[in-house]
Design a protein around this ligand. Structure first.
Ligand code: ADP
Length: 257
């Protein structure tokens, strides 16, 4: 399989390589759509290791990660969850949006994030040592505005942490072109629109324009949707439901593309 496309932004690749070597857990911090998932796919490929991804949500519990007994015929059979599988076979386990998960998930990974590197499976009364290639990676959206769950300092301090932000315009333009084959001139305009909207902090948007939204807009344009319509449906509408803000953003972006 060829390597997933990932454009390096800073020192994240060497930080990750050394963290992997030192068998430490790592936290990827940053808003949604800034390339965290793509980065970890790329690193797993570079390090030639398996990757198991769990998208955490408010119902994600330690049982979902560790495993459970299921009834098969007249018997209860134990089924490893993804965390147990990764601990045993030495995969990278990526807990995407870890702060969304239930608190017992944090408790479950505790002994894996320090020198012990072991997992306690309470339902089996077993403690298993992590495979030497096992690595725990989590992502977290710090969300300076409302609506985001926090991660306790005592949890955060168990991880090496790397920040992800929107790439500088030149790099973001390159990403759009590589991802979608959209014309460079259009990619540049999309990035300009994003930069403008990102600077409009007074709009109080919970999340602003991510690289992901720009990639979507570029894909739609490349496939034939008119440019302004593509920006409207792929960039503006996903950001807000406030009709006045939508109109203001539309007026602004129509002038720029
Ligand atoms: P996150 O996990 O931070 O929410 P993703 O990794 O899913 O974000 O990124 C969203 C999309 O943005 C990716 O599918 C990719 O198209 C693009 N992208 C963002 N940053 C990069 C990057 N540095 N290199 C390549 N593609 C990127």
């Amino acid at each position: 399989m060829s390597a997933p496309y990932y454009h390096t932004i800073g020192k994240e690749v060497s930080v990750f390589e050394q963290t992997y070597k030192c068998k430490l857990p790592i936290l990827l911090k940053g808003p949604t759509g800034t390339g965290k998932s793509r980065f970890i796919e790329y690193m797993a490929h570079e390090l030639d290791t398996k990757l198991i991804t769990i998208s955490c949500h408010e119902e994600t519990s330690s049982t979902d990660l560790i495993g459970r007994f299921i009834i098969k015929g007249a018997e209860a059979v134990w089924l490893d969850g993804p965390l147990t599988t990764a601990v045993k076979n030495g995969s990278i386990l990526y807990l995407d949006e870890i702060a969304e998960a239930r608190p017992d998930v944090i408790v479950a990974i505790h002994s894996l994030t320090d020198h012990r590197r072991e997992l306690f499976i309470d339902k089996l009364g077993q403690t298993i040592k992590a495979h030497e290639d096992f690595m725990l990676v989590a992502s977290f959206n710090p969300g300076y505005q409302r609506g985001f769950k926090e991660l306790k300092p005592s949890t955060r301090q168990r991880f090496v942490a790397v920040s992800f932000a929107y790439p500088e315009p030149k790099i973001e333009t390159q990403i759009l072109v590589s991802e979608t084959e959209v014309e460079p001139d259009i990619a540049k305009k999309l990035v300009n629109i994003a930069t403008k909207i990102r600077n409009l902090t007074e709009l109080g948007l919970t999340e602003t324009v991510s690289t992901r939204l720009l990639v979507d807009a570029a894909k739609l344009i490349h496939s034939g949707l008119p440019k302004r319509l593509a920006v409207h449906v792929a960039v503006i509408e996903p950001l807000t439901d406030d009709l006045e803000v939508i109109q203001a953003l539309k007026d602004l972006s129509d002038l720029m593309i």
